[in-house]
Design a protein around this ligand. Structure first.
Ligand code: THU
Length: 124
């Protein structure tokens, strides 16, 4: 269930997204990823003139955490301001985050598990 902490972290994503580099879509995404030890990682989308090379905000948050030594299973929450793309759903599955919280198309905060976002997903 969405709680006050989720709402506060969502407010933080709206600040973080100002650092997005999204000159092509003008769609800015801000992300907070929380590790089980309480550490928060932030991410934004970073686009590229060769469009497919852009990076989603969720991926940049996971990459930052992995750089610090965190691994799949180490995260309990990821919050952001967009409905996740198909590729990022696979990342949520890979990193086994407990809860995925985001603002849906109506601006409502919603919560899903990775399995709900990507049923019967591919796992090596
Ligand atoms: N985007 C994200 O950062 N995360 C998502 O889950 C959905 C899409 C970004 C990618 C691109 O920079 C912009 O939003 C428009 O698609």
């Amino acid at each position: 269930m969405i709680d006050d902490t989720d709402r506060a972290l969502y407010q933080r994503t709206l600040e973080i997204k100002k650092n997005a580099y999204a000159p092509y879509s003008n769609f800015e995404v801000g992300v907070v990823l929380r590790a089980r030890d309480g550490t928060l990682f932030e991410g934004v989308n970073v686009e590229n003139g060769a469009y497919p090379l852009g990076v989603c905000g969720e991926k940049s948050a996971y990459v930052t955490a992995v750089t610090q030594g965190y691994r799949p299973g180490d995260f309990d929450l990821i919050v952001f301001n967009a409905s996740p793309c198909g590729g990022c759903r696979q990342w949520h599955v890979e990193f086994k985050v407990d809860r995925v919280v985001y603002a849906d198309a109506d601006g409502e905060l919603v919560e899903y598990t990775p399995a709900e976002l990507l049923p019967d997903s591919f796992i090596l």
